[in-house]
Design a protein around this ligand. Structure first.
Ligand code: WT7
Length: 653
């Protein structure tokens, strides 16, 4: 893009939000962090600050001699230190007399349940660590995990950590091709999978998909299969083994050996805009410090009394950091749920909150907007008074969705932490601290103590107010250590756009009070008549109309304005609303510049299986292009319907 196309503000700041939510007296009375002491301490010496967190929150076998070795873009943390991540998540709690504390309240989609204490989880993990060893897995090897949301997923991950093997979890909703690509890139020795899992009232087969992948994965020597779905599977003699049979025969004792702080803990593949998925590398000591610290302070965790529930799948980084490593390292009691939010009814989540007395709920804006669509009467059927704190992650949360979450789930009394981070950052980077930060609906507020984030313009100059690109200026302990097998791509993707800065790929703006507002990926930023407008802001404006449940906005090439704003809108409960009224509403909320050129009313939107709207597809539809790869879509029929509507609309012109 030519520099003279650029307006002075890199991304125009159009939406103003005046609502404020200071920490309540109730939370302030019993919070871990009231006031600014953590921020002050970190600002004075960030390395020393992280070192204190590592010493206070993590158990080490050998202390480190050097806090940080920073050779841009490579960081090493806590050099010379040794620890075992599984020991930190399990043994130390049992040794402290907490073996009977519930680690997991697991709920299967059909309604079956399991209660697993820390002592029981430690027992399973030791046995499975021995199983992996008996199958030839050694320190430094990779193990692939392709499982439903069952406790064995956490067991398998922790067993790898215990023996120093790196896991690579592939989301159970991914195809056999995606699984094969990831296994081959990591050259994994063992695959842990299940016969199938439960989803929306049916059994979805996993082993058959794994079998297809296994036709082209020569590195795999053994496959361990958990029985969950009860569906028929084929077992290959000598290669495939039932989990329960191996576990029954396994030695129950597997001592936790000390690992180097920089021992590879896991690979997690994330897709970029182009090219093959990137194997993001995370190591042990720094990562564990980061997720333990953030899980404790962002969720203001009181492990003796809290019941925490993160609704993510373990196949995503949120499941790694905030179901497995952070909560277990903190000795938390949590809920783990196998299925979808609308089985058997649209109130399943609220039933679970009531049943287990969940106090902290961590979910995603896409889920919240879906709940809005289903209506406030669903949560109203249940007693949600146990909730005291709500979290959001995954994409910008529109102010209206924030307010709905606050009122209808939080009963108007729960602070909301909107947590910005990425697979690459390992843990939360930007978020309120619930007892210390006054929140504004839709803003992730400020970098956490120890984190240095800055917004810069196109030339890499720091922006004090207004829009730009979000960058991170200092290394942090949970940061990715690279891309597996591709150091060049690591440097190019994250460190080449702005000298000396990690560029996260997101647009952000700073308001007059210094609050950060995430504006989505920069490839989601439109350029309309020389104004850069965030798709998120237009979406938020649309969603603030009472008849709108969900909106997706894309920029489509336009001869006159460069890009034109195209909106796809789902109405609330099928409400009837005129397109002209919605355009006028956006104009009133943001300004005429942001008025969508075309609005399609649609019953659904194309989403990935992780719930992210596939804007690339919407752009293709808007620009009348042939559609590329739609295999990662949750429901491919949505796109056909959108195309039909686009063709109909064109015919109307
Ligand atoms: C991208 C990272 C972090 C775990 C789940 C996603 C977007 C994430 C927020 C937030 C605005 C957010 C960003 C980021 N994102 N959280 N609170 N507000 N945007 O992990 O798949 O690596 O995606 O998700 O665009 O770059 P991921």
């Amino acid at each position: 893009m030519a520099a003279d196309d650029m307006p002075s503000d890199t991304i125009d700041d159009l939406l103003a939000e005046d609502r404020r939510f200071p920490p309540s007296e109730e939370i302030k009375a019993d919070t871990l962090v009231a006031g600014t002491f953590l921020y002050d301490e970190a600002a004075a010496d960030d390395e020393g600050f992280w070192a204190r967190q590592a010493a206070d929150l993590v158990s080490w076998d050998e202390p480190w001699h050097t806090i940080l070795d920073w050779q841009l873009p490579y960081s090493k943390w806590f050099l010379g230190g040794t620890l075992n991540v599984a020991y930190n998540c399990l043994d130390r709690h049992v040794e402290a007399g907490l073996g009977d504390r519930v680690a997991l309240h697991w709920e299967g989609e059909p309604g079956d349940t399991r209660t697993i204490t820390y002592a029981q989880l430690l027992d399973e993990v030791q046995r499975f660590a021995n199983v992996l060893r008996s199958l030839g897995v050694e320190r430094g090897d990779r193990v692939n995990i392709y499982l439903p949301m069952i406790p064995e997923a956490a067991v398998a991950m922790l067993a790898c950590a215990r023996i120093g093997a790196a896991h690579s979890v592939v989301f159970g909703g991914f195809s056999s091709q995606a699984l094969a690509d990831r296994i081959n890139d990591a050259e994994a020795k063992v695959l842990v999978t299940a016969d199938g899992g439960h989803r929306r009232g049916e059994v979805f087969p996993l082993k058959p998909a794994a079998d297809e992948a296994l036709e082209s994965t020569p590195s795999i020597e053994h496959v361990v299969v958990v029985k969950r779905g009860g569906n028929d599977v084929t077992m290959v003699e000598g290669r495939d083994h039932w989990y329960h049979e191996l576990m029954a025969a396994a030695d129950p004792v597997c001592p936790a050996e000390p690992m180097d702080a920089e021992q590879l803990l896991f690979l997690l593949y994330t897709s970029g805009t182009t090219g093959k998925p990137k194997g993001i590398m995370h190591t042990s000591g720094g990562y564990l410090t980061h997720v333990t610290y953030t899980h404790k302070y962002v969720f203001d965790l009181h492990p003796e009394t809290d019941v925490y529930w993160c609704t993510a799948d373990v196949g995503w980084v949120t499941g790694h950091s905030y179901i497995v490593y952070g909560p277990l390292s903190n000795g938390a009691t949590q809920v783990m749920y196998e299925g979808v939010p609308n089985f058997p009814g649209n109130d399943r989540f609220w039933e679970i909150v009531e049943k287990y007395g969940v106090t902290i709920l961590y979910t995603a804006p896409t889920a919240i907007r879906t709940f809005m669509k289903w209506g406030a009467e669903e949560p109203a059927k249940h007693d949600l008074s146990s909730l005291r704190l709500l979290g959001s992650v995954g994409e910008p949360i529109n102010p209206e969705a924030w307010m709905w979450y606050h009122e209808h789930i939080g009963g108007g009394r729960c602070p909301i932490v909107d947590t910005w981070w990425q697979t690459e950052t390992g843990g939360i980077m930007i978020s309120p601290l619930p007892g210390a930060t006054t929140t504004k609906p839709g803003s992730a507020t400020f970098p956490l103590p120890g984190v240095s984030a800055e917004v810069v313009d196109d030339a890499g100059q720091r922006v004090e107010r207004g829009g730009g690109y979000l960058t991170l200026t200092r290394p942090w302990p949970g940061m990715l250590r690279g891309i597996w097998g591709d150091p060049e791509r690591y440097r190019d993707t994250y460190w080449s756009r702005f000298e000396g800065r990690y560029f996260a790929g997101d647009g952000a703006k700073l308001d007059d009070d210094g609050y950060l507002w995430l504006l989505g990926r920069v490839d989601d930023v439109m350029n309309v008549s020389g104004h850069r407008i965030s798709t998120t802001e237009v979406e938020s404006a649309l969603v603030s109309h009472p008849a709108v449940a969900e909106a997706a906005v894309v920029g489509a090439t336009d001869a006159t304005t460069g890009q034109a704003i195209i909106a796809y809108v789902i109405t609330r409960g099928g409400a009837d609303v005129g397109v002209e009224e919605l355009r006028a509403h956006v104009a009133a909320e943001i300004g005429a510049i942001a008025k969508p050129k075309t609005i399609y009313l649609t019953p659904d939107l194309p989403k990935t299986r992780s719930g992210k709207i596939m804007r690339r597809l919407l752009r293709d539809v808007a620009e009348g292009r042939n559609l590329g790869d739609t295999t990662t879509l949750a429901d491919a029929s949505v796109v056909d319907e959108l195309q039909r509507r686009a063709v109909d609309a064109a015919g109307d012109d």
